[in-house]
Design a binder for this molecule. Structure first.
Ligand code: PYC
Length: 323
């Protein structure tokens, strides 16, 4: 039945943006997903409560750029909360901008104080340090370059070369120099950049190029030169549902750090200032992990921008979102 998820249980949400990219945290309401590991809870959420994802994220209550965060008691006892991230087409293992937004939201609600805390996610525990009400550093899950200099034949573009890397999600990272004509990474070129990234994504699928164990590469990251003199790179990240990340993408910056480390192009502890498509920025650093992985840390700012109760009026044909 349309709108069933909201009929008896309105959802209280707090919206924030991290470097321009929105996060919606469900702060009251939501299903009981049991007490297993976060990855099992994510599967249960996807299998039995996808209507909640659609209602909270899709238009008319949400938008394609929005990432949702459902809180769940942590499976790891030293964590402040467990969290499941989702978007307009499905679910994310981790979300860097979302974790920064979540820390700022929990502080806004007085559920946590400044200082260190940990979040339990389906792909591992993330350390979080809330330096001020808005400035956060996350230490992400171990990240690594899976394959280097992988060629993909892209219809309408030609041969493109890039790295496949894990930063909490799977990325194909392309230095724009490897694409003949370089489209500036800037808002007026959103349509062209989206088209290029979508073509690359389809070509990866058709040509069977994946992450480890056949995992789908669901994020495409185009890298170009920075605008600001003190920055090191600017990116355009195509998210799984077709929207571009307004922030420099926390998991995408983690994947980039893993590639820089593998290349010997950035030392442990050195800062990498990553600009986004809209000019917002994250500061990335890494320390060495085990088995060739790096442990990235990402610093950025988030701001709470709305407190809302999502409701359903009887007869609303789009209470479950416009799919
Ligand atoms: O910041 O990791 C991130 C992210 C993933 C998708 C959108 N943002």
């Amino acid at each position: 039945m349309a709108g069933s998820v909201l009929v008896n249980a309105p959802l209280r949400v707090v919206d924030s943006h991290t470097a321009g990219e929105p996060t919606r945290v469900i702060v009251d309401g939501g299903p009981d997903l049991g007490d297993g590991p976060m990855a099992a809870r994510l599967r249960r959420f996807a299998e039995h409560h996808d209507d909640l994802r659609r209602t909270a994220i899709l238009e008319p209550r949400g938008s394609d750029a929005l990432v949702g965060a459902l809180l769940s008691p942590p499976a790891e006892p030293d964590c402040a909360t467990g969290v499941l991230f989702f978007n307009n087409v499905g679910y994310l293992g981790m979300c860097g901008h979302g974790a920064i937004g979540l820390a700022v939201t929990l502080a806004y609600l007085d559920r946590v104080g400044l200082g260190p805390m940990r979040f339990d996610t389906p792909v591992g525990v993330v350390d979080v340090d809330l330096a001020t009400a808005n400035r956060v550093t996350i230490e992400n899950v171990p990240s690594y370059r899976h394959r280097h200099d992988v060629a993909v034949d892209v219809p309408g573009i030609g041969s493109v070369r890039g790295d496949v890397a894990w930063g909490g999600n799977w990325f194909y990272l392309v230095d724009q120099e490897s694409i003949g004509e370089r489209v500036p990474i800037a808002l007026p070129y959103e349509a062209e950049l989206t088209d290029i990234a979508k073509r690359i994504k389809s070509a990866l699928t058709v040509q069977g190029i994946t992450g480890a164990d056949g995992a789908e590469i669901d994020h495409i990251e185009l890298m170009g030169p920075p605008r600001a003199a003190d920055a090191h790179g600017r990116n355009f990240v195509l998210c799984p549902g077709g929207a571009y990340d307004r922030s420099p993408c926390g998991t995408g910056t983690s994947a980039k750090l893993a590639c820089l480390a593998a290349e010997g192009a950035l030392k442990p502890g050195e800062a990498w200032i990553q600009e986004s498509m809209i000019g917002s920025r994250f500061v990335g650093r890494y320390r060495k992990g085990t088995d060739g992985a790096v442990i990235p840390s990402i610093t950025g700012e988030a701001f709470v921008c709305a407190e809302t109760t999502l409701i359903h009026q009887p007869g609303d044909p789009f209470a479950d979102g416009i799919a």
